[in-house]
Write a protein that binds this ligand. Structure first.
Ligand code: ATP
Length: 239
């Protein structure tokens, strides 16, 4: 068992007076993929937003590689190795592919290093290399997903927070995305926290599954055990 890259204890967060997350506990081992699944409104997106500093928790703590992240500004979180690809992906339609990717490398002072990181992304995502001068809004849904992922990967994160990467994509593109995540885990040691409505695809690629319901973690288990547990699937996952 590898050490935990991310440890979350008693996290409480929300958008107003009433919390959405009620004391969430979570462990994400380094070099693994964890899928967070659960019905609409379970709090999955809110969890990722809180981890990436978009929302401030009212209680609890988040440790990245043993370091408490409380009060850490968002840009510092990127430096410490966290990257968030939000739901809807946040590609900027008026900028070119290359400009969008450069945004991911902005914080790097070393320009040679940034250029190398961009080259790596173009090797990983060949269609982006071909379209580097196209605007974000000229891309297909699958290409936009690649670009959002690429922009996060340019920062060479240790922990990738990924919200609904399969949303609106053809099954073939979903399969490619999942295969890429597996590849990055196996060959680059990337750790992924993946939020998905597409439970089957998510549990197929994940090592660990976390089931959320009404702002709480109800079960954490190896992904294959969750796939095989019919009672749990019926109760929380709807299949
Ligand atoms: P989905 O897959 O539908 O996005 P989810 O599990 O990601 O579901 P969240 O989006 O985290 O769930 O939503 C959890 C709760 O927080 C819901 O009750 C939702 O109405 C509420 N919520 C989400 N975003 C906001 C917001 N910006 N302001 C106020 N409440 C919000």
């Amino acid at each position: 068992m590898s050490a935990d890259l991310l440890a979350v204890d008693g996290l409480v967060a929300g958008y107003g007076a009433a919390p959405v997350l009620h004391a969430v506990d979570l462990r994400v081992p380094a070099g693994t993929i964890t899928a967070v699944v659960g019905a609409n409104g379970a709090g999955k997106t809110t969890l990722l937003r809180t981890l990436s500093g978009m929302l401030r928790p009212t209680a609890g703590r988040v440790l990245l590689d043993g370091e408490d992240l409380r009060g850490t500004p968002v840009e510092q979180l990127v430096r410490r190795g966290m990257a968030h690809v939000p739901e809807g992906r946040g590609v900027i339609g008026e900028l070119t592919v290359e400009e969008n990717l450069r945004l991911g490398a902005l914080w790097r002072r070393d320009r040679t290093d940034a250029a190398r990181a961009l080259d790596e992304i173009y090797q990983l995502f060949e269609p982006l290399a071909r379209r580097r001068r196209h605007l974000g809004h000229q891309l297909s849904g699958g290409e936009r997903q690649m670009l959002a992922l690429g922009r996060a990967l340019v920062a060479r994160p240790r922990l990738l927070l990924l919200d609904e990467p399969s949303l609106g994509l053809a099954p073939r593109v979903v399969a490619q995305t999942m295969a890429l995540l597996r590849n990055l885990r196996d060959n680059a040691g990337l750790t992924v926290l993946l939020v998905e409505q597409n439970v089957r695809s998510a549990l197929a690629v994940a090592d660990q599954g976390v089931v959320m319901s009404l702002g709480r973690v109800v079960t954490t288990a190896p992904a294959d055990r969750l796939r095989d547990d019919a009672d749990l699937r019926h109760a929380y996952l709807g299949f």
